[in-house]
Design a protein around this ligand. Structure first.
Ligand code: BES
Ligand code: ZN
Length: 638
């Protein structure tokens, strides 16, 4: 059964000055580190590397100047007004700065004070720019070390999804969740919103007493009577990993360090579906070193969550559409878990380096899947990924198919394509095959250990790769072509799946008419074989044959969200949509996961059904988080 069916009842003013500041700061910090010997060993050994802050065109903050080290949040969650209100205290490293600049997008600032003396501080906001929001510039007192900002969010805050009870699984209570990546945290907290900095935080969150609050932090496992929850995140994280969710949540343990949060009516199915989480955690540690975040829990959100998953530390946020009943979509958990190393420990320094987060994570995800379920199974996942990559490269501007991106002046969200994910993973797989798995694994273990709790640029990674792995092993690979060039360079690792060859054979028999759909050998097929089968349906397959497939396999009513999405797109493009339009509309209305929505709306538009698409969108929009709503709006208006 498709579990989710029921849920619905539910920019840089003075880049030059920054560069000069950066150079100055690097120099000063270098001398500083030499004098005090540095903190931990690895930091002491590489002072210049630790001090340099990358130019990040997606923050207003001058990262070489006054910089936040710790945040203290105190927020009240008002579901009636759809507002978060309260204050945030920034503990800062002044680095000689006389002013302190944070990012904000759509916030109402009430007052700014020196948190120690209580003295008001002068502040001003700058021009609002698309995607970036505004700078909030605060003049520091001579001794200011803590800055307290009182503020309110607005009901349309980009990061926040405020759900009415009918949009939840249980239908009784409202729900709230945040989505920070890439640059949306600034729409619920005024902060320095660059992946190149790290902060620790603690928080007090006040919610209606019948609800539970959870964060990317140490979490409570049950409700208390006053609705006031305290959180602490002791490991330093980049700001895009600040996260909060509030709802009528229950918790179920899975293993000693793992568990699931979800609404009451979902939590048992979730615990069952994700029963391998602890094993995944152990497999991941076995591959690339100790898990440094204490617990790994997961929260299943309502279906409006715009992504499959989000690697908020200690607490992955996930879509309910991965609860398929047969554990077939849990690679997503392996993915988000893998981010506990690639992304959360070693973090892309800017959004141009996004492939360092996602390419590594897809590679790592597949290694976890292989450890648990074997090579045959994982090859299917890899081949589906390769198909996605080929499709994306075909329809993309060649510049957008480089691993290292140029997102200046653009929404960093534009970088979230199969290129970062699948070309990134393919690059790493290609290196693995050239040096051998053992050496590659040892290299990765050392890489995560050496750079843990740091940010990483593409340039620095490539240097490390060359000196630590490629040169010592005499490996020759055209790195520039992979990272700074388009498409897939020659000599890429190849992916084969024997199980998919059997699917190809079945499709061949159906297409040449030697077998009726019901007579095809489909016994024991997993979701991935079915997905491959649906992807092989030719563009011009007749409506009668589409219908024959549907009669035999009932794709239209599948309990599996991936199968539904693939089948609906095929159906729209093959003229079979009229028969099944109510199901397509129901899916587009219930599910807010962007990866499913965009291909379907695009297919509707490209097959002359733009008006239908607009009508569906206007009915469904309130069920979408801003991330999905804005993408669909752009698609329909382009
Ligand atoms: N970190 C991403 C989600 C993300 C990326 C959000 C960029 C905002 C901006 C997450 O780890 C992810 O990759 N999710 C994928 C799942 C996956 C299995 C490839 C998704 O949501 O589809
Ligand atoms: Zn990811």
């Amino acid at each position: 059964m498709y579990q989710n069916r029921n849920h619905i009842r539910y920019y840089k003013q003075t880049a030059m000055i920054n560069r000069i500041l950066l150079l100055l700061f690097t120099g000063i910090a270098f001398m500083h580190c030499k004098m005090d010997g540095g903190g931990d060993q690895s930091a002491a050994a590489h002072p210049a590397e630790e001090a340099a802050f990358e130019e990040d065109s997606h923050t207003y903050a001058a990262l070489g100047s006054a910089r936040t080290t710790h945040l203290t949040l105190d927020l009240t969650v008002d579901f009636d007004k759809k507002i978060l209100g309260g204050k945030v205290i920034h503990k800062i490293d002044r680095n000689g700065g006389t002013s302190f600049v944070v990012d904000m997008n759509g916030l109402d600032i009430k007052e700014v004070r020196d948190a120690s003396s209580g003295e008001p501080l002068e502040w001003k906001t700058g021009k609002n720019q698309k995607y970036l929001g505004q700078p909030l510039t605060i003049t520091l007192g001579p001794n200011t070390e803590k800055v307290e900002i009182s503020y309110l969010t607005r009901p349309d805050a980009l990061a926040l999804d405020w759900l009415d009870p009918v949009q939840t699984a249980d239908g009784k209570h409202p729900f709230l969740f945040t989505q920070g990546q890439a640059i949306l945290t600034r729409s619920w907290i005024p902060l320095q919103d660059s992946p190149g900095i790290r902060i620790t935080y603690d928080a007090t969150i006040r919610v209606p007493s019948e609800l539970l609050a959870v964060m990317s932090a140490d979490n409570p496992q049950e409700k208390n009577s006053d609705g006031v929850y305290h959180f602490s995140m002791k490991q330093p994280i980049p700001p895009y990993l600040m996260a909060l969710s509030v709802g009528d949540l229950a918790f179920r343990p899975i293993g000693l360090r793992t568990g699931v949060y979800a609404e009451q009516s979902v939590v048992d199915a979730a615990a069952e579906e994700f029963s391998d989480m602890e094993k995944m955690l152990e497999a991941a540690e076995g591959l690339y070193g100790e898990y440094l975040w204490d617990r790994y829990d997961l929260i299943v959100l309502p279906p409006s969550f715009p992504f499959g998953g989000m690697e908020n530390p200690k607490l992955t946020f996930a879509t309910p559409t991965i609860i398929a009943g047969d554990k077939s979509l849990t690679a997503l958990i392996a993915h988000e878990l893998a981010h506990s190393w690639s992304g959360n420990l070693v973090t892309n320094a800017t959004w141009n380096d996004f492939w360092l987060n996602e390419g590594f994570t897809v590679y790592f995800e597949r290694r976890i899947m292989e450890a648990l379920y074997g090579k045959d199974y994982t090859n299917m996942l890899a081949l589906l990924g390769r198909q996605d990559l080929d499709e994306t490269i075909k329809k993309s501007d060649p510049k957008d198919t480089h691993l290292y991106l140029d997102l200046d002046g653009r929404d960093p969200d534009d970088g979230m394509t199969d290129v970062a994910y699948e070309k990134g993973a393919l690059f790493l797989k290609t290196i693995e095959e050239k040096v051998g798995r053992e050496k590659f694994d040892r290299f990765l273990v050392r890489y995560f250990e050496r750079y843990k709790f740091r940010s990483m640029t593409t340039g620095r990674f490539l240097k490390y790769l060359e000196t630590e792995l490629l040169e010592p092993n005499g490996v020759d690979i055209d790195i520039d072509a992979w990272v700074y060039g388009p498409g897939i360079p020659p000599g890429a690792a190849e992916v084969h799946s024997d199980r998919f060859l059997l699917v190809d054979e079945a499709m061949h028999q159906f297409l040449e008419g030697s077998k009726q759909p019901g007579d095809l050998q489909t016994n024991g097929w997993s979701t991935h074989e079915w997905l491959h089968f649906i992807r092989q349906i030719p563009d011009d397959l007749s409506i009668a044959k589409m219908e024959a497939l549907d009669d035999a396999f009932n794709f239209t009513n599948s309990g599996n969200s991936e199968i539904l999405a693939a089948w609906y797109e095929r159906s729209i493009r093959n003229g079979y949509a009229d028969q099944i339009m109510p199901s397509i509309i129901a899916f587009l209305t219930e599910v807010g996961r962007r990866k499913f929505l965009t291909p379907l709306y695009r297919a509707l538009k490209e097959t002359g059904r733009e008006e239908t698409a607009r009508k569906i969108f206007s009915g469904a929009r309130q069920n979408y988080h801003s991330v999905s709503a804005i993408s669909i709006e752009d698609l329909l208006n382009s």
